[in-house]
Design a protein around this ligand. Structure first.
Ligand SMILES: Cc1cc2nc3c(=O)[nH]c(=O)nc-3n(C[C@H](O)[C@H](O)[C@H](O)COP(=O)(O)OP(=O)(O)OC[C@H]3O[C@@H](n4cnc5c(N)ncnc54)[C@H](O)[C@@H]3O)c2cc1C
Length: 457
């Protein structure tokens, strides 16, 4: 394997934009430990483009952050924390829906600031939370305060003669009503009915919250009146999001590369985005400064210390990110161990991320084996775990020989299926019972030898 540190940005295929090489930061400046989620570094985004092919229904971006003179350091396997800024349109609309003043001062966990600053930088208003919706109950009249109106006397007299035709008085019995009258439940504010239906049913609350932002919630409940302070006291604080770093510092010095799957969906008839992915896709074009980031180092998802060890990497979709970093690092280190990548997504034309780089790694021998699974091509859905099963003997041989097994990407489906497939492979080819194979994978490989490593989300 040849050691080369030629930056691969030269190879990027881009849709509709020219390539700018990343700027290089010096190693001076504050120490790495000075930057954190509470004290993020203001980086510059130097590259931001869509990796997908024309016609893809996914939007996966390659984004490069210049570390400038931050002195920030990282290793392949680490993650970058990004602190997003909420869209100014959403902030403005929520302030209007509250009937508040953007300049009013509010007390927050980060000190006193204007409502506008709080909603832009310190709270999550793109996704309503249970705490706020539950707290709305205080705005309605309490149950004990509900009033009952009852007919206690009813009289009717003839206009001309004054003779009474009806003269009814309530007996005091619960069920005593004048003839022709039936009890009825007084109509309440529909917002109260909605709130009661949500508050009494967890599933209904979950369904209501899914995909609703505070514009939606204030449409339903805003007339009850919330001050800016009431509002920030109940809503979620803004949380940074982590992204597996897709570069090696030796290969791409002074920069951090990410592979980001943009979350877009429609909710309540409006186009919406995930907070951070919407920020990175729509509000951080190339050249944007002041993009707040910090390092989130890993102690577990690391390359083998011994470069002679073989590595199997399973990373479909954005799960490719840390493996791009690993391959760059193995190449920079001239590591002798073999590398095997399982990648996949919907279609080869639309979602084969980093195709040129991966092909170049196959050509120059950095990648010894490559298996690609496309789930929306051809009559059958092919996933990475199916390809693993096809290569069961060889996977077992690599593992039995001391190889490492890495998984990155979707936690809910992919990682579970890959886990089960790995156990089956070990059972079949390692001559183990199912229980022994489970113990071998989950205890020996994962915990004791730390050769089965996962970065799943
Ligand atoms: C260690 C680690 C590494 C990671 N690495 C990567 C990586 O390399 N690349 C990557 O892309 N991501 C990665 N992630 C995930 C990333 O951190 C974010 O969770 C992801 O980008 C979404 O963030 P967001 O702020 O855009 O979305 P959020 O604002 O958090 O929005 C997600 C929410 O949007 C709502 N939503 C989503 N879809 C719909 C829908 N169809 N209808 C209604 N509501 C919907 C849901 O409420 C969902 O919870 C990683 C996570 C971890 C923990």
């Amino acid at each position: 394997m040849r050691a080369s540190v030629r930056p691969l940005w030269l190879k990027y295929e881009r849709r509709g934009a020219c390539i700018h090489p990343p700027t290089r930061g010096s190693t001076e400046g504050e120490k790495m430990s000075d930057w954190s989620a509470k004290n993020p570094y203001d980086s510059t985004v130097t590259v931001n483009f869509v990796l997908n092919g024309e016609g893809s229904r996914k939007e996966t971006r390659h984004i490069v952050f210049d570390l400038g003179d931050s002195g920030m350091e990282y290793k392949a396997g680490d993650a970058l924390g990004v602190i997003p800024v909420t869209s100014s349109d959403l902030v403005e609309d929520v302030i209007v829906a509250l009937g508040a003043n953007p300049d009013e001062m509010v007390d927050t966990h980060a000190g006193q600031m204007t409502l506008q600053d709080a909603l832009s930088n310190h709270y999550e208003i793109h996704q309503a939370n249970r705490k706020f919706v539950s707290s709305i109950g205080e705005k309605f009249a309490p149950k004990g305060g509900a009033c009952e109106i009852r007919i206690v006397k009813r009289q009717r007299v003839m206009v001309d003669s004054g003779t009474p035709t009806i003269d009814w008085s309530w007996s005091g019995d619960e069920d005593d009503y004048p003839e022709g009258f039936t009890p009825t439940v007084a109509s309440t504010d529909p917002a109260q009915e909605l709130w009661e239906s949500l508050n009494s049913d967890d599933k209904a609350m979950e369904d209501y919250l899914w995909g609703r932002d505070y514009i939606d919630v204030l449409n339903d409940f805003g007339h009850l009146g919330f001050s800016g302070q009431d509002f920030v006291d109940q809503i979620d604080r803004l949380k940074p999001r982590l992204y597996s770093i897709a570069s090696s510092p030796d290969f791409e010095p002074g920069t951090v590369h990410l592979t980001v799957g943009i979350v877009r969906y429609e909710g309540q008839g409006r186009a919406k985005t995930g907070l951070t992915t919407g920020y990175l896709a729509d509000r951080v074009p190339e050249g944007t400064t002041g993009v707040r980031v910090f390092m989130s180092p890993t102690r577990s998802f690391v390359l083998p210390e011994d470069g002679k060890k073989d590595m199997i990497m399973v990373g479909p979709g954005t799960g490719i990110a840390p493996f791009r970093a690993f391959l760059q690092q193995r190449k920079a280190d001239a590591a002798e161990g073999r590398n095997w990548l399982f990648f996949g997504d919907w279609t080869e034309a639309g979602e084969y991320l980093y195709r040129d780089e991966i092909s170049a790694y196959v050509e120059d021998g950095t990648l010894d084996k490559l298996d690609l699974a496309w789930s929306r091509e051809g009559p059958e859905k092919v996933y990475v775990q199916h390809l693993m099963a096809n290569h069961a003997t060889e996977i077992w041989n690599w593992i039995d020989n001391g190889g490492y097994f890495y998984v990155c990407g979707d936690k809910n489906y992919m990682a579970k299926d890959v886990h089960t497939t790995l156990i089956n492979i070990c059972a079949e080819h390692g001559q183990m019972s199912e229980d022994e194979a489970k113990e071998f994978v989950e205890q020996t490989l994962m915990r004791e030898e730390k050769r089965y490593l996962r970065d799943v989300y």
